[in-house]
Design a protein around this ligand. Sequence first.
Ligand code: HEC
Ligand code: HEC
Length: 213
Amino acid sequence: MNWKLALTGVAALCLFVGAGTLLSPASVAQDAKTLKPAASFQSIANERERSVALFQEAGKVIQHPRCVNCHPATDRPLQGASMHPHQPPVFRGDGGMGLPGMQCTTCHSAENTPVVGQADTIKSIPGNPAWHLAPIEMAWAGKSLAQICQQIKDPARNGGKTMDQIVEHMAHDELVGWGWKPGAGREPVPGTQAEFGELITAWVKSGAACPAS
Ligand code: HEC
Ligand code: HEC
């Protein structure tokens, strides 16, 4: 055993581990792609503060373009990371399914569909069996996380859902689940739907507190 060599190895390992804890741009980027487990919030003793912190973590999903693009503030969906108005122009129509002749299902099928011809601009068309626009009272675009939080709890603006139904929807709804498998050329929302469901469950159990502003 060459001790000098072994010690150099240990030192190098420490340096490596130490560097990993610094907030390098890479770890910040990584933080945006993952969700902290709900259990890691147990260390916050104040229940209200814990509840708010849980919702803020879940907000990394809720305020992501994958969700907000389909919860717009007007009758036109949004697209892409920049959340620009949908091209071509399409509008809500009856039940959020689009206008006659320009229904969502004209282009959005039951599954994400790879695009071959224009692969330099659009790599795939999003798809899901339930693809349609969220009702206007569920608009999230342009709202703060605090405003969205209040709205999600309000049966008049959440489709008449109880908090149990909100948990169920977030944790298991298949259209919500599309956010984690949005098709080629689109960034998925952070973490997994199961981790997101656990954050929302823990948020509701701790009193479903909303951020102050
Ligand atoms: C393709 C469009 C679409 C996408 C993408 C989408 N939603 Fe929705 N969302 C809807 C529709 C439509 C409803 C109403 C369905 C209902 O009430 O059953 C809805 C309702 C909801 C509701 C219940 C009402 C409310 O706003 O409080 C929640 C919560 C929700 N969505 C969360 C999400 C999350 C989280 C994501 C992203 C991971 C997401 N949605 C992505 C279309 C979408
Ligand atoms: C004429 C075809 C067409 C119609 C009709 C259409 N879309 Fe789209 N939509 C597309 C294409 C193509 C994309 C992908 C564009 C891209 O990724 O740049 C897209 C993307 C989207 C996105 C963005 C997904 C994301 O997170 O970036 C949403 C939301 C959306 N459509 C909702 C709808 C809704 C709701 C309807 C019906 C009211 C609808 N679309 C009707 C073609 C269409």
